[in-house]
Ligand binder design. Structure first.
Ligand code: AMP
Length: 282
């Protein structure tokens, strides 16, 4: 399984597939791979002749320098994990200079408000950084399909909007959230939790399940208050936000409608590690 660091070589390799009209799938990641990433890769492998897994910790999407500095990096282990999966994978791991051609500029997009709520409200310019790198990857790889996890549901909606705005000929495939046995959403950041905190962190998923159970009978603002109370009693986990919003538009819920799909979204600090999760409510 080749590990490619430059665009030129990647282009050449992919040309062989393109000339045979073989389908190319793309799974963009920041590495420190876990079962969540691998579920996306497996889906792509079943859909496509070849899968490009990009591994790139993208500086422009980090609003917090310490978060960027501490982001786990282990290309060797990542490649090993992918190798155990399948041979039809190309790992694309460019340097910052190669990815951005020496000009690391964050582009600005109009996501029609999708980027202003939740993660966007707490992480200034985060989604412009995400869209900048994903647009570049779409250009470099030109995949037929690209795979994104519902773990980052707001990001998924933003990527769909990016594709629509820029009329990029790629199908966005959304993949369900992979969880640890006690419910914690798998994340590269989980590695930074102490074993004791990690063991207790199923609490975050439990709080989402509580919201889901109440959603049929209680109004959203009452549910939000109850979730806040749950966290107030559990100081190991510091609630940053809990929101119930329309799944497609991400507009916060006002009057509940049976014809609209809603999700609950949450961001929590544990051991100074920021964790996010979400759940479908109806
Ligand atoms: P990241 O490396 O965190 O940028 O994630 C790369 C891709 O993997 C994104 O599309 C994420 O949404 C997806 N992903 C990360 N964790 C999970 C998970 N637990 N379940 C499903 N997809 C995930």
């Amino acid at each position: 399984m080749p590990v490619i660091h430059d665009k030129k070589t990647l282009h050449k390799m992919l040309l062989a597939y393109r000339s045979k009209s073989d389908a190319i799938g793309l799974v963009p990641t920041m590495g420190a791979l876990h079962e969540g990433h691998l579920s996306l890769v497996k889906k792509s492998l079943s859909d496509n002749a070849v899968t490009v897994v990009s591994i790139f910790v993208n500086p422009t999407q980090f609003n917090n320098k310490s978060d960027l500095k501490h982001y786990p990096k282990d290309l060797k282990t990542d490649v090993k994990l992918l190798y155990q999966l399948n041979n039809n994978i190309i790992v694309f791991a460019p340097s910052i200079t190669e990815a951005y051609e020496g000009n690391m500029v964050t582009k600005s997009f109009d996501f029609e408000g999708l980027d202003k709520v939740m993660e966007g409200a707490f992480r200034t310019n985060h989604f412009n950084g995400v869209a900048t790198i994903v647009a570049l990857l779409f250009e470099i790889v030109a995949p037929q399909k690209a795979y994104f996890g519902e773990k980052d549901f707001q990001q998924l909606q933003i990527i769909k909007k990016l594709v629509q705005l820029r009329q990029i000929p790629v199908q966005i495939v959304s993949c369900p959230i992979a969880r640890e046995a006690h419910g914690l959403a798998r994340s590269s950041r989980n590695e930074r939790l102490s074993p004791a905190t990690r063991e207790k962190a199923g609490f975050i998923y439990k709080s989402l399940l509580t919201a889901k159970n109440k959603f049929g009978t209680e109004n959203a603002s009452l549910i939000a208050k109850e979730i806040e109370a749950m966290y107030a009693e559990h100081p190991l986990f510091k609630l940053e936000y809990f929101e119930i919003a329309e799944a497609d538009s991400l507009i916060p819920i006002s009057i509940k409608s049976d014809s609209i799909a809603y999700r609950a979204f949450i961001a929590v600090y544990a051991d100074k590690v920021r964790l996010i999760d979400n759940i479908a409510l109806n």
